[in-house]
Design a protein around this ligand. Structure first.
Ligand SMILES: Nc1ncnc2c1ncn2[C@@H]1O[C@H](COP(=O)(O)OP(=O)(O)O)[C@@H](O)[C@H]1O
Ligand SMILES: [Mg+2]
Length: 231
């Protein structure tokens, strides 16, 4: 599955460039001021958080960095679906105190020669419900810290801010937050409110990633799969 996703990304030069550029602007796992933990959230559901997290992880992995993807969207976990992985163990086991973050990592390796040798560390959401509160507990902060010790970068997926407080609980535990915006879904007021809430919660909002940027509205330099970062 990872090969399919990687091929999809690398066969689209413009898309690949957008993600490489995003990685650079975020200082993700690179350079003297390298950031190691980033949370992706959005105002509303289905704006493309999971899509952006996975593509950003693939682009970072391609650059030779060890990346962990952590599914902290315990309400609509989808990382395991996108990467075609079992979800029998995962973050919920860590939050429940049954395991350490390092114990629930699934390592996904590329299989095809054409995509090169690379691997991704994935922590799926795991089973069970009712973990929303625990996302704000020290056990979660420690899990992210543990993963940054094992990997060069940790990318955390989360639920939308205007639907639940989960991302607000997570925001102080990462070095930066990106807000994924699908202009067809979130209004400008939604995005402003989201940014304010994240900052009030102690999060450092690094910028907005425009997903499915519409060139008719936003100018000719973008295209429908665009990921765009505003500093
Ligand atoms: N840039 C894009 N172009 C086409 N489809 C997209 C794009 N971004 C997301 N999608 C699709 O939209 C749906 C919602 O995206 P997803 O990443 O799951 O959003 P979220 O995690 O914010 O709920 C998925 O079916 C996904 O495949
Ligand atoms: Mg999602």
């Amino acid at each position: 599955m990872i090969d399919v996703l990687l091929r999809r990304l690398t066969s689209n030069a413009e898309l690949l460039e957008e993600y490489a550029s995003l990685r650079g602007r975020l200082h993700l796992a690179r350079g003297p001021n390298a950031r190691k933990s980033i949370l992706a959230t959005s105002a509303q559901p289905r704006e493309g958080k999971t899509t952006v997290i996975v593509n950003l992880a693939l682009a970072t992995m391609r650059a030779g960095r060890r990346v962990a993807v952590l599914d902290a969207d315990m309400r609509k976990p989808r990382i395991h679906e996108v990467l075609d992985l079992p979800n029998t163990i995962g973050l919920s086991d860590v939050l429940a105190g049954h395991a350490h973050a390092g114990d629930v990592i699934q390592t996904v390796k590329t299989a095809g020669d054409d995509v090169g040798e690379a691997s991704l560390s994935v922590i799926t959401a795991g089973r069970g419900t009712g973990f929303a509160e625990a996302l704000g507990e020290p056990v979660m902060r420690d899990a992210i810290k543990d993963l940054t010790g094992i990997c060069d970068a940790v990318l955390v997926d989360s639920p939308p801010v205007l639907a639940a407080d989960d991302a607000l609980r997570l925001a102080p535990f990462v070095e930066g937050v990106i807000v994924v915006v699908h202009t067809g879904v979130a209004t400008e007021d939604d995005v402003k409110l989201t940014k304010t809430r994240l900052e009030d919660a102690g999060g450092r909002v690094l910028g907005v990633v425009m997903n499915r940027f519409d060139p008719r509205v936003h100018g000719p330099s973008s295209h429908p799969y665009s990921a765009y970062y505003q500093g």
